[in-house]
Design a binder for this molecule. Sequence first.
Ligand SMILES: [Zn+2]
Length: 455
Amino acid sequence: MSLYSLLYDSLFLPLAAAARRRRYHQLRAFLERSQWWPAERLREFQWSELRKLLEIAFRSVPYYRRKYADVGARFEDIRSWDDFRRLPVLTRAEVNRHREELFPADFRGRRMPHATGGSTGEPVRFYRTRESYDWRLAATHRAYSWSGYRPGERTLYLWAAPLPTVSRWAAWKSCCHDLLERRLVIPTWLQNEALWQQAYQRALRFRPRYLVGYVSSLLGFARFLARRRARMPRLCSVIAAAEPLTPAVRAFLSETFDAPIFETYGSREFMSIGAECELHCGLHLHAENLVVETSSREPDQPGDILITDLHNLGTVFIRYAIGDAGRLADRPCACGRGLPLLESVDGRTADLIELPDGRTVSGLFFVHLLKELPEVLQYQVRQEEPERLTLLLVLARELSAPSRALLESELRKVLGETPYEIRSVARIPPGPSGKHQPVVGLRASAVNARPSEIP
Ligand SMILES: [Zn+2]
């Protein structure tokens, strides 16, 4: 850790939080300790926070009062995790439709409006409180700390989310914040050779110790470096955000940047949801701030990811279907942290391709199939006409004969008679929200909710 980062993190940030009467620092210290609690103790803490939240929801959040009364659920009946799991799921559409009924009727604090980035889908609009922001910022900093990062370390961000239009005052504040925190943020939603050349030149001058980016941006930059046989200044770690990371991409990034890759999972609604520790065996979830479940009955089977935010009374999210599919891990991590693990985030549940014969193929089919091909760095399934599918592949090297045979036989099994074409391309442009879109279908909904915010 550099001297600057030590002073910034242990002196400046706590003083700044105290001066603004914020709880960030206490929460950060708490999360640093609680991650080492045994899993049972964390579960008990989570349950007591959840009971407090449910009591508020049942008694004074108008929408939940109605929703739960309709299914005959009463607060007194929620005595176990199984009881909790019987509560109905909250959808993105419900949040948008009932936003003004999703906070306690007697809430008097400030609620800050926020929205997820939407591309072809509708963004989710919600509120968050200062209290919840302190929780999520502390959780994000804890998650990043597992890669060795501390606030104040020189960090290059390759960030693909289009930046919102803000006032000059807000832009100035953000610029000062970047300077103090020693962040260089390079927007990457429009990627081309000139952008990467400029990013590389700036990186050489800035000498970052950490690199944080959307997976697709890291991939674009790494491919540029590999083509030019150029090397980045020595990095401690690379933090991959916002999009699923396949083993082939991880290996390519790690080799090109010559640094370990840490996968993270976050969203605009909750900021950091989970991240890898130094052992890289699943994503540790922030159990003190969130309850993360899946719709699957078996703990380690894939299902829709459902999230409850224990501390945001601005918009109360209980069992919210975030729109991703994933698998929980039913095992402890050898690092000794008691935090539960998410085995993998598989992709967007809303990505669908409708075939001419009326059948629908989930985008997750392509996720699982293409994960098996070590040559594939990135892909996109495009359906521009009902009867024609194009599979664009960005390849690290040419497909081997066994890979091609596997790809063609699996596609044929699922697509039947629908004609398709496989095309190798140099790059795939991102979607309108800046994120890589694995499926662009006639009916595909590409609602983007996953880019976590820059902390
Ligand atoms: Zn661990």
